[in-house]
Design a protein around this ligand. Structure first.
Ligand SMILES: C[S@@+](CC[C@H](N)C(=O)[O-])C[C@H]1O[C@@H](n2cnc3c(N)ncnc32)[C@H](O)[C@@H]1O
Length: 229
């Protein structure tokens, strides 16, 4: 659950967040290692409750091919890798080579590693050079890049596929009206490209007649869009 650096808190009451987190039980020590590694680094992973929702949606549509834009060391990919089954594939991307090194060390010879390809490079460039359609595409890159990432991802989804996007509430900032008559507020707003990216990406999802979409108030706000045609 990555949050803007100046967010005061998550979108949920901390007790509710802890409750949702605690509901997701599992029997794989790798998930604990991934979480601990993320905590050590202060790295913004989606969190266990959003991860479970990603897995649930991927399983619900029988996903076999999943593409992630912004994978880090493979926390969210753990959930998708479980969902796609032994014949499935999760394409991970991160522009930072260090994330692939960490991914390899953490997964080592874990059985789920055979379902994951971790690519280093710009996520949109890797998407463009990876052939075929995808059942699920998950977006978790820089928030200012969200609108163009949504536009590039949608044509690559199969009909009946799901576009999933993290941070669409952005620590609550996406829901906060800005008083543009207040010069101080307007100046901050003009420089806040991340919130603008989140708001525009949400607009794209919610106004596209070829999608059935909503933002779920879990984690930092998880966008879910089903491609209808
Ligand atoms: C929020 S983290 C991803 C967390 C991951 N989805 C998880 O929950 O485990 C975002 C990652 O995206 C990477 N990133 C940001 N913009 C990118 C881009 N345009 N191409 C590739 N990677 C990018 C960053 O290096 C960072 O590791």
């Amino acid at each position: 659950m990555s949050l803007p650096q100046n967010a005061l808190h998550g979108i949920l009451h901390p007790e509710v967040q802890a409750h949702l987190h605690g509901l997701v039980q599992h029997d794989d020590a790798l998930l604990d290692r991934l979480e601990a590694y993320g905590r050590e680094r202060g790295f913004p992973i989606v969190g266990r409750s959003s991860g479970r929702v990603l897995e649930l949606y991927a399983r619900a549509i029988g996903a076999r091919r999943v593409f992630e834009l912004g994978s880090g060391f493979g926390f969210s990919a753990w959930f998708f890798a479980r969902a796609v089954g032994p014949e499935g594939r999760v394409y991970c991307t991160d522009r930072d080579e260090h994330e692939r090194v960490a991914f390899r060390e953490l997964y080592a010879d874990h059985p789920l590693a055979t379902r994951i390809e971790h690519h280093v490079g710009d996520a949109l460039e890797v998407l463009a050079t990876t052939p075929g359609e995808f059942d699920c595409i998950f977006i978790d890159v820089m928030k200012e890049d969200y609108p163009r990432t949504v536009e590039a991802a949608l044509p690559r989804l199969r009909r009946g596929g799901l576009l999933l996007i993290d941070n669409l509430l952005w620590g609550g900032r996406a829901a906060r009206p800005v008083d543009l008559k207040d010069p101080a507020a307007a100046a901050v707003h003009a420089k806040d490209h991340a919130t603008a990216g989140v708001v525009e990406a949400t607009r794209l999802l919610m106004t596209d007649p070829k999608l059935c979409a909503m933002v779920l108030p879990i984690g930092d706000g998880l966008g879910v869009a089903l491609k209808l045609e």
